[in-house]
Design a protein around this ligand. Structure first.
Ligand SMILES: [Zn+2]
Length: 345
């Protein structure tokens, strides 16, 4: 399979993330990409290609244009007021309840306010190179998409930072720009065909769902830890089916803790049936590998052999497929799990 990757992601390497009430060593770090790349090279059979550069208009087509403008200048603006800050994290959030019964908040002028206006949580620091890294991740996603649109049966984009938690106008959850949503929107716009997004990350892809919730041209299907106990907590329930033209094009499969290979594959089979029923022209897979049994921040119980079975099942859909990396935090097996999924596909 063609694998699109680059080293641009290294520009985003925070020292810490604030999670569980404390600053911790980041779970989402450059070593994740090293592990996957090394395993794919060792497995063989993959053809590594560099990404092309894509204009910001592809990001603005999916996100509020203010989000990219903000991320481009945020680190510098913060450091003008707080010189020497390495990792910039919001501490005041523009929650809707602050102005309940009033007009919605306008974007604040002060950088401290702007941070909490464009971000929804604290695990996603902005460093000096974050914007460049996030743009590079989008370049990887769009280049992989272009390969498939040009006739490849499938391509894999080794995206980092990940993307599926980024909504139309918010970053967070390690995600700045929604790589999968940008890829799906681009594919739908170029082909005029319906695109399916299959999200198998442990965490629900709240951003992808939100971006396409009222659209019938992109069908979002997700298997994930039940938000009753799992991040992002407020989105990802089974009764969220889309609105307007998007009604019937959003399918959520919340899963109980310790779901194993056999149970998971039964649900994945159902998800694939839902995708096939809508007759898409192209499939985008948000490939999170944090469903692994030893993942440090998740609670499902898939094995490396299970990931191979998942890859084979998705391949059986027979669709042109763009596979984009999302989460996966047990680095000791991350490469083996990616190689298992992709090789089986
Ligand atoms: Zn995840």
């Amino acid at each position: 399979m063609k694998v699109v990757d680059s080293d641009t992601h290294r520009l985003h390497s925070p020292l810490a993330e604030v999670e569980g009430g404390a600053a911790q060593s980041p779970r989402e770090h450059p070593g994740r990409v090293d592990a996957i790349r090394d395993a794919l090279k060792a497995a063989g059979g993959h053809d590594f290609v560099a990404p092309r550069h894509w204009g910001v208009e592809h990001i603005d087509a999916v996100h509020h244009p203010g989000l990219a403008r903000f991320l481009e200048g945020a680190w510098l603006q913060f450091n003008e007021r707080h010189p020497g800050t390495r990792d910039v994290v919001p501490d005041v959030f523009a929650m809707g309840g602050l102005r309940a019964g009033m007009t919605p908040a306008a974007e604040p002028q002060a950088i401290e306010g702007r941070l909490g206006y464009w971000c929804f949580e604290t695990t996603t620091p902005i460093t000096e190179g974050t914007y460049a890294a996030a743009r590079g991740s989008v370049d990887i996603a769009l280049t992989a998409t272009a390969l498939v649109l040009d006739g490849e049966r499938a391509a894999y984009g080794l995206c980092r930072p990940p993307g599926h938690h980024a909504t139309h106008a918010l970053y967070g959850g390690y995600c700045f720009f929604n790589n999968a949503a940008i890829a799906a929107h681009h594919a739908a716009a170029v082909t005029g065909l319906r695109v399916a997004v299959l999200d198998v990350d442990f965490h629900h892809g709240n951003g992808t769902q939100q971006i396409f919730y009222d659209r019938g041209d992109v069908h979002y299907v997700s298997l994930h830890g039940d938000p009753a106990r799992a991040y992002p907590f407020t989105v990802g329930f089974a009764d969220e089916v889309g609105v307007g033209r998007g009604r019937g094009f959003n399918d959520n499969h919340p899963l109980p803790a310790r779901t194993d290979d056999d149970s998971y594959l039964k649900v994945l089979e159902r998800a694939c049936q839902q995708i096939a029923a809508q007759r898409p022209g192209l499939l985008v897979v948000s490939l999170g590998l944090d469903t692994y049994e030893l993942d440090p921040i998740c609670d499902l119980a898939l094995t490396t052999k299970g990931f191979a079975r998942c890859g084979a099942l998705v391949a059986a859909l027979g669709l042109p497929t763009v596979v984009l990396q999302e989460g996966g935090y047990y680095v000791g097996a991350l490469g083996a799990n990616a190689a298992a999924w992709l090789s089986a596909f």
